[in-house]
Design a protein around this ligand. Sequence first.
Ligand SMILES: Nc1nc2c(c(=O)[nH]1)N[C@H]1C(S)=C(S)[C@@H](COP(=O)(O)OP(=O)(O)OC[C@H]3O[C@@H](n4cnc5c(=O)[nH]c(N)nc54)[C@H](O)[C@@H]3O)O[C@H]1N2
Ligand SMILES: Nc1nc2c(c(=O)[nH]1)N[C@H]1C(S)=C(S)[C@@H](COP(=O)(O)OP(=O)(O)OC[C@H]3O[C@@H](n4cnc5c(=O)[nH]c(N)nc54)[C@H](O)[C@@H]3O)O[C@H]1N2
Ligand SMILES: [Mo]
Length: 829
Amino acid sequence: MTRERVIGDLSAAHDGTEIKYTCCAQNGCWDASCIVRCETKDGELVSLSADDSINAGLPREDVSEEALWQGMVQMRPCAMGHAWKGELNAETRILHPLKRIGGKGPGNGHFVEISWEEALDTVAGKLVEFKEKYGPYCIAHSVDDVFEDCGFKLAPWFGMGMAAWGDSSCSGTTCGEKMHLGFDMVGAFHGNTDVCVGFEAPDLFNSKLIVLWGLDPLVGWYGSVSYYMKLAAERGAQIIVIDPRYTNSAETLADQWLPIRPGTDIAMLLAVAYVLYSEGIYDREYVDRWVEPDGFEAWRRYVMGETDGIPKTPEWAEPITALPAETIRGFANLYATSKPVHLHFYYAPAKRHLGEYAANAAMLLQAMTGNLSIPGGCETGCSLITPPRMPFPSVDWQQAAPEYNPPVCYNIQKIAEAIIQRPNLDSGTIDEETYRALIGSPPASPLPNIKMMIVENQYPISHHETNKRMKSLEMCEFNWGFQWHYGQASLEFMDIVFPGVNMMFESRDNYQLGSERFMYGPNGMRNYFLYADKICERPGEVRPIHWVHTEIAKRLGIAEKYNPRLANVSLDEWDDAVHELYHEAYDAWAADPTGELKALGIEPKPWNEFLKMPVVRIPIDKPFYPYKNYMEAEEEKSPFATLSGKIEFSSKTVELLDMRTQTWYRGGLEPIPVYDPAYMEGKPANDSFYNPKAERYPLSLVTPVSAYRQHACLDANPQLRDECYRHAIWMSPVDAKKRGLKDGDVARAYNEFGEVRMPVYVTSRMMPGTAAVFHGAWYTPKIEEKTENMPYGLDLRGTPNFLIGDEHAPHIVGALLTAGLIEVERAGR
Ligand SMILES: Nc1nc2c(c(=O)[nH]1)N[C@H]1C(S)=C(S)[C@@H](COP(=O)(O)OP(=O)(O)OC[C@H]3O[C@@H](n4cnc5c(=O)[nH]c(N)nc54)[C@H](O)[C@@H]3O)O[C@H]1N2
Ligand SMILES: Nc1nc2c(c(=O)[nH]1)N[C@H]1C(S)=C(S)[C@@H](COP(=O)(O)OP(=O)(O)OC[C@H]3O[C@@H](n4cnc5c(=O)[nH]c(N)nc54)[C@H](O)[C@@H]3O)O[C@H]1N2
Ligand SMILES: [Mo]
């Protein structure tokens, strides 16, 4: 091919294209709502490129110091953001509604394509039938019943559905925020508080020391936060990573990597507290002002060993954590003398046995050193809540007032248990109290009787104890929802499947986490918003999600309540009608009724002008830091909504409630963070080195998120899967040698919960005695080979959730667990 020909072809492809913008905001990367520039032609996506709404044409290094402090930087997507094109046209894409014929589960039954009419009529019919037959508490949403919400969107008007407490991400960290700091994360989600605990990325420039404790931002918090960490390091901040893996962030950002045995973080934190207490190196002024004194003394006595005879010295922590006492001492001294410190204890180490104690201890250390609420500091809890920098437009959907309020009936991580144990309750094998305790059901709530599951995610494989999850889906009588691809385990258990639209590109539906199309920037940088437009046409018979819910609502007679403004809009007019609602919302915002925009220096463009570059961004004057909105207030009002109004090292709520009697929470919880390898009811946790089964399953497994998947999304993406990486189990050379394994060998990783087969990645990036498998790989069953621990067939791809148990004892907050004990050996023996 000649040069001219290549250039000619390229020009032709890009001739007459139109530019639109959307946002890569899956429930992956949590908070990075990266801006994607899309070139489209005749309803097709031609190419994807990065945000050019600001500093276009400049390499990032050329952005001025002032612009960096102001957060006036691009939000560029990573490789995953660029790989979506491959998803849209994938051969495995489901293009028509499907109906199951025959039984559920891999190898059973099959799908036939049906009409939309039939699919919608069937679902609506089943909803009416099930409500009549089983009452309102027979339907659950496999993942979206979280944070005391109900995932069934029609529940408030159809009068059917439950809410659940807990979540997959941050329950372990938010528990301590509530107990010790009085910050109510659930309330914050529901808009009931004006306290903000997060930080804005440029505030990292104020930090002298940044501690990434179980956080790999270059992978898991892509976008402004990880970029600012790199810039902070360049400007002299020291960065320490505490993680059993030598992560991308450890490699690229860190001055020091502290490899810690997974799940032992609480021991290290207590040893750090020991050094601070015993050497008196903490911020007395801050403690006097903000910390409740009795609790401070109670924790001191525990840490010093005055209450249990065990001083929590660095020497005590050494054999537990595998970190030398000298290293822990050195860390404690550096920590105490490096103010401001951004110590960021993240979710993963809290998603395990005793994890909440560790998260809580991290918050208390930040309080003790006066780093919890200062520029350059960090509250270290959920860390996601920052106030928006400007008012954002929002659509007036005019939904009717809810007529039914779904009660909180169970813990979402106990959903499989709720289904599997229900027949035992019904037959009298277990009593009501036991059932409630097993599923985290509050004493006065109705009991779940789940017969129908809405599946809009990868429930079985993206959540612990996958085999049990699959069984629970099999036990449900009727499952329906949306799915994108053939080849996903979730599909195998569904009765009616709606072809899933890719809402980032193919519709103007609300985003997965409920955000409207005026998508604001992430926590950490909420100084912009964009209009995330529909980019290309939908393939096959794929239709918008909101349209589908509205059609079901019509069949139930509640469309005028659920979606009055679109109830009578035809499918052909749907996208335009939604666009018009956003237009109206924009105009209402641009009219600036309160004068706030003017005060902020925002001069809104007319809608048609705005659409050419639909991003509004304003400079950050002074970066936000945790609790700033209270700390700088004129009056001395405490930001801490604890019983005492201070930071409670010993939580008074827990003292008063005696969590041991709270069956809802299932088990004991101390008011102070403690190290407690003695387990509730004499039962050791599944992920603990102290579990006797560690003799059989000696490797401690962690299952982090990866740089090439957003949970289970993108696992089959050809651009990523075949070109970027190898999904493999990380092992240290010592552990591999012991097992006769070489890099690339195919191994079986197993325990009593399941077995997966996958290649081994032998690397000194993994500390000895531990292993890691990135989560989100799609279960690929070998149906001919069923075993006791793999009743649906061996997994040939490597879904780590097969290896993780769902037991929470004595874990009280009901978070998702992501760690376990395993053994690995060469496959084929
Ligand atoms: N690329 C990408 N990013 C994502 C997501 C995604 O799917 N893909 N998902 C997003 C979502 S919804 C969430 S909630 C977050 C989750 O965010 P995290 O919970 O932070 O994610 P993980 O990757 O599980 O864990 C982070 C690090 O903790 C380490 N770790 C595991 N166990 C321990 C331990 O016991 N002690 C210590 N010290 N370290 C430990 C892991 O090795 C890993 O490097 O990520 C978000 N970001
Ligand atoms: N072992 C282990 N397990 C984990 C974690 C871990 O770190 N380790 N992380 C946990 C965390 S923090 C979370 S939040 C959960 C997430 O778990 P899930 O919420 O189950 O997330 P996904 O697995 O990505 O499943 C989401 C699915 O929704 C569908 N979907 C996504 N976008 C669209 C769309 O635009 N339209 C339609 N119709 N469908 C769409 C796709 O089929 C996609 O696969 O996983 C948890 N599981
Ligand atoms: Mo999450």
